[in-house]
Design a protein. Structure first.
Length: 168
Protein backbone atom coordinates (compact mmCIF):
# COMPACT_ATOMS: atom_id res chain seq x y z
CA UNK A 1 0.00 0.00 0.00
CA UNK A 2 1.64 3.20 -1.13
CA UNK A 3 0.65 6.65 0.05
CA UNK A 4 0.94 9.54 -2.34
CA UNK A 5 0.00 13.02 -1.06
CA UNK A 6 -2.10 15.23 -3.36
CA UNK A 7 -3.05 18.85 -2.68
CA UNK A 8 -6.42 20.28 -3.67
CA UNK A 9 -7.34 23.94 -3.62
CA UNK A 10 -11.05 24.75 -3.38
CA UNK A 11 -11.51 28.43 -4.32
CA UNK A 12 -15.31 28.29 -4.07
CA UNK A 13 -15.35 27.53 -0.36
CA UNK A 14 -12.33 29.75 0.37
CA UNK A 15 -10.29 26.94 1.83
CA UNK A 16 -7.41 24.79 0.77
CA UNK A 17 -7.14 21.18 1.82
CA UNK A 18 -4.49 18.52 1.61
CA UNK A 19 -5.65 14.96 1.23
CA UNK A 20 -3.81 11.70 1.18
CA UNK A 21 -4.65 9.26 -1.57
CA UNK A 22 -4.85 5.62 -0.48
CA UNK A 23 -5.30 2.46 -2.47
CA UNK A 24 -7.48 -0.32 -1.18
CA UNK A 25 -8.13 -3.68 -2.70
CA UNK A 26 -11.21 -5.82 -2.38
CA UNK A 27 -11.09 -9.45 -1.61
CA UNK A 28 -13.68 -10.43 -4.25
CA UNK A 29 -12.12 -9.26 -7.43
CA UNK A 30 -8.95 -7.58 -8.36
CA UNK A 31 -10.37 -4.14 -8.77
CA UNK A 32 -8.31 -1.41 -7.19
CA UNK A 33 -10.32 1.44 -5.81
CA UNK A 34 -8.83 4.81 -5.03
CA UNK A 35 -10.38 6.88 -2.26
CA UNK A 36 -9.33 9.72 -0.07
CA UNK A 37 -8.70 9.09 3.58
CA UNK A 38 -10.68 11.78 5.38
CA UNK A 39 -8.82 11.30 8.66
CA UNK A 40 -5.66 12.72 7.11
CA UNK A 41 -7.15 15.89 5.56
CA UNK A 42 -5.51 19.00 6.93
CA UNK A 43 -6.21 22.66 6.26
CA UNK A 44 -3.63 24.74 4.50
CA UNK A 45 -3.29 28.46 5.15
CA UNK A 46 -5.87 30.52 3.24
CA UNK A 47 -4.53 32.57 0.39
CA UNK A 48 -6.43 33.99 -2.53
CA UNK A 49 -4.92 36.35 -5.02
CA UNK A 50 -6.40 39.83 -5.16
CA UNK A 51 -7.70 39.34 -8.67
CA UNK A 52 -9.54 36.20 -7.58
CA UNK A 53 -11.12 37.92 -4.57
CA UNK A 54 -12.26 40.80 -6.79
CA UNK A 55 -13.78 38.35 -9.31
CA UNK A 56 -15.62 36.53 -6.52
CA UNK A 57 -16.92 39.85 -5.21
CA UNK A 58 -18.01 40.81 -8.73
CA UNK A 59 -19.76 37.44 -9.08
CA UNK A 60 -21.72 38.04 -5.86
CA UNK A 61 -22.71 41.52 -7.03
CA UNK A 62 -23.84 40.15 -10.38
CA UNK A 63 -25.97 37.51 -8.64
CA UNK A 64 -27.71 40.18 -6.55
CA UNK A 65 -28.21 42.42 -9.58
CA UNK A 66 -29.58 39.50 -11.62
CA UNK A 67 -32.03 38.55 -8.85
CA UNK A 68 -33.27 42.15 -8.58
CA UNK A 69 -33.58 42.49 -12.36
CA UNK A 70 -35.59 39.26 -12.63
CA UNK A 71 -37.85 40.28 -9.73
CA UNK A 72 -38.45 43.69 -11.29
CA UNK A 73 -39.17 42.13 -14.67
CA UNK A 74 -41.72 39.75 -13.15
CA UNK A 75 -43.42 42.60 -11.27
CA UNK A 76 -43.65 44.76 -14.39
CA UNK A 77 -44.92 41.81 -16.41
CA UNK A 78 -47.55 41.14 -13.75
CA UNK A 79 -48.67 44.74 -13.90
CA UNK A 80 -48.92 44.63 -17.69
CA UNK A 81 -51.04 41.48 -17.49
CA UNK A 82 -53.19 42.43 -14.48
CA UNK A 83 -53.71 46.18 -14.75
CA UNK A 84 -55.27 46.61 -18.24
CA UNK A 85 -58.22 44.23 -17.63
CA UNK A 86 -58.83 45.82 -14.22
CA UNK A 87 -58.63 49.29 -15.75
CA UNK A 88 -61.09 48.31 -18.48
CA UNK A 89 -63.48 46.87 -15.91
CA UNK A 90 -63.31 49.99 -13.73
CA UNK A 91 -63.70 52.22 -16.79
CA UNK A 92 -66.90 50.39 -17.77
CA UNK A 93 -68.20 50.85 -14.21
CA UNK A 94 -67.44 54.56 -14.43
CA UNK A 95 -69.23 54.90 -17.75
CA UNK A 96 -72.26 53.05 -16.35
CA UNK A 97 -72.34 55.32 -13.29
CA UNK A 98 -72.05 58.45 -15.42
CA UNK A 99 -74.92 57.22 -17.64
CA UNK A 100 -77.09 56.57 -14.58
CA UNK A 101 -76.20 60.00 -13.21
CA UNK A 102 -77.31 61.64 -16.47
CA UNK A 103 -80.56 59.64 -16.37
CA UNK A 104 -81.24 60.72 -12.77
CA UNK A 105 -80.54 64.37 -13.62
CA UNK A 106 -82.87 64.11 -16.62
CA UNK A 107 -85.66 62.57 -14.52
CA UNK A 108 -85.14 65.14 -11.76
CA UNK A 109 -85.40 68.02 -14.24
CA UNK A 110 -88.51 66.45 -15.81
CA UNK A 111 -90.14 66.26 -12.37
CA UNK A 112 -89.23 69.88 -11.65
CA UNK A 113 -90.71 70.93 -14.98
CA UNK A 114 -93.88 68.92 -14.32
CA UNK A 115 -94.28 70.53 -10.87
CA UNK A 116 -93.75 73.99 -12.35
CA UNK A 117 -96.38 73.45 -15.08
CA UNK A 118 -98.84 72.08 -12.52
CA UNK A 119 -98.21 75.09 -10.28
CA UNK A 120 -98.97 77.46 -13.17
CA UNK A 121 -102.24 75.65 -13.93
CA UNK A 122 -103.39 75.57 -10.31
CA UNK A 123 -105.10 78.87 -9.47
CA UNK A 124 -104.93 78.30 -5.72
CA UNK A 125 -101.25 79.09 -5.72
CA UNK A 126 -100.45 82.78 -5.73
CA UNK A 127 -97.38 84.92 -5.44
CA UNK A 128 -96.87 86.12 -1.86
CA UNK A 129 -98.46 89.53 -1.07
CA UNK A 130 -96.85 91.50 1.77
CA UNK A 131 -100.19 93.15 2.68
CA UNK A 132 -101.65 89.74 3.49
CA UNK A 133 -98.77 88.71 5.78
CA UNK A 134 -99.66 87.40 9.24
CA UNK A 135 -97.49 88.52 12.13
CA UNK A 136 -97.38 86.48 15.34
CA UNK A 137 -96.51 87.82 18.77
CA UNK A 138 -93.78 86.26 20.85
CA UNK A 139 -95.02 83.71 23.37
CA UNK A 140 -94.28 84.48 27.03
CA UNK A 141 -91.43 82.53 28.62
CA UNK A 142 -92.66 80.07 31.23
CA UNK A 143 -90.60 78.33 33.85
CA UNK A 144 -90.73 74.55 34.06
CA UNK A 145 -92.88 73.13 36.87
CA UNK A 146 -90.39 70.40 37.80
CA UNK A 147 -87.48 71.03 40.13
CA UNK A 148 -84.02 70.93 38.60
CA UNK A 149 -82.17 67.66 39.16
CA UNK A 150 -78.47 67.64 40.03
CA UNK A 151 -76.21 66.85 37.07
CA UNK A 152 -75.13 63.26 36.78
CA UNK A 153 -71.53 62.12 36.56
CA UNK A 154 -71.79 61.69 32.79
CA UNK A 155 -73.09 65.24 32.31
CA UNK A 156 -70.31 66.59 34.53
CA UNK A 157 -67.72 64.76 32.41
CA UNK A 158 -69.24 66.08 29.20
CA UNK A 159 -68.91 69.66 30.51
CA UNK A 160 -65.27 69.07 31.39
CA UNK A 161 -62.83 70.98 29.21
CA UNK A 162 -59.12 70.34 29.88
CA UNK A 163 -56.64 73.19 29.90
CA UNK A 164 -54.49 71.39 27.31
CA UNK A 165 -55.71 69.60 24.20
CA UNK A 166 -56.10 65.83 24.49
CA UNK A 167 -54.81 65.05 21.01
CA UNK A 168 -53.64 66.49 17.79
Amino acid sequence: MSLAPHSFVDYKSDRATKAVKTKTSRNKGNKNKTRYNSSKITKLPQYQPTWLRSLLLLEGGCKIFTFCAIATTLIVYGWTVYVPPRWTEEYHKLMTLEKREREFIEKNEALKNQLATEAEKDSALENPDPTKAIFLEKAPVTTPLTTPTPPTAIEEKSNYSPSTPLGY
